[in-house]
Ligand binder design. Structure first.
Ligand code: UDP
Length: 236
């Protein structure tokens, strides 16, 4: 597989074309941003952790019947993925109040929610990724109602399976963000990443943050925390 021209460079990843038209190469970076780019920095080793943790969790989810974009891990920081057309939504799944939800609803961070909460944000940096509902999504044409139903079903199932699995590693899944894409046949599949950048992971016992909140909130220790997540899940 040949790595060809750079297609896109995001905040945390680069995407390259390959000699296969249906396959892209993703390269994870150590660069970190928060607050829609307001805070910038580097978390040493982050790219390697996020790449390997994402692939580990996507393989796990494939085994549970969730279709994903994963093709093959190439190196510590590089992975081949299926080319998809990204659905321009950030799907946020919440089990415990934290971050923007805690603020918006005036709940203390760490309060268990009475039920799992699904939220959608419309992916548009200039607009600051606004929160949208099913009607907005249909009105925008961001996804069809059928696609959104599929996305919601997968997201709930992913939450169930990941939550149980992470608990065995002493990690509580507080909330997380997913992105989906349409494959060449128009089927919805899981894309992007599942990593300490995109999930809130708390230590089950101490409630210590094992995620990007350490960076976002200037708490420190993010390099160690990212490594700890990889160690607990992959044993390395
Ligand atoms: N999240 C993400 N990318 C974003 C916004 C949120 O991966 O652009 C994840 C974040 O890591 C957390 C969850 O989505 O696990 C919910 O984030 P929240 O809405 O609370 O946002 P924040 O507090 O980070 O502003």
């Amino acid at each position: 597989m040949e790595k060809l021209e750079l297609l896109y460079e995001g905040k945390a990843k680069k995407v390259f074309k390959t000699d296969r038209p249906d396959v892209y190469l993703v390269q994870y970076k150590d660069d970190a941003t928060a607050g829609n780019g307001a805070k910038r920095g580097t978390i040493r080793g982050k790219g390697a952790v996020n790449n390997q943790v994402t692939n580990h969790l996507m393989k796990f989810l494939e085994g549970k019947g969730i279709p994903t974009h994963l093709v093959e891990e190439l190196s510590e920081t590089e992975t081949l993925v299926k080319k998809v057309q990204i659905v321009p939504l950030e799907v946020i799944v919440r089990n415990v109040a934290a971050g923007s939800l805690a603020k918006r609803l005036g709940m203390e961070e760490g309060t268990k929610l009475n039920c799992t909460v699904l939220e959608y944000c419309y992916k548009d940096d200039a607009l600051g990724d606004p929160l949208v509902n099913d009607y907005h999504i249909a009105a925008l044409g961001a996804a069809t109602p059928e696609e959104l139903r599929q996305i919601a079903d997968y997201s709930m199932k992913i939450n169930q399976e990941l939550g149980e699995y992470l608990k065995t590693a002493g990690i509580e899944l507080i909330d997380f963000k997913l992105e989906f894409g349409r494959d060449v046949n128009g089927n919805i599949i899981l894309a992007d990443e599942i990593s300490p950048d995109t999930c809130r992971f708390w230590d089950v016992k101490t409630h210590a943050h094992l995620d990007k909140d350490l960076f976002r909130r200037d708490l420190g220790g993010e390099e160690e925390a990212y490594r700890e997540v990889m160690h607990r899940l992959l044993g390395k």
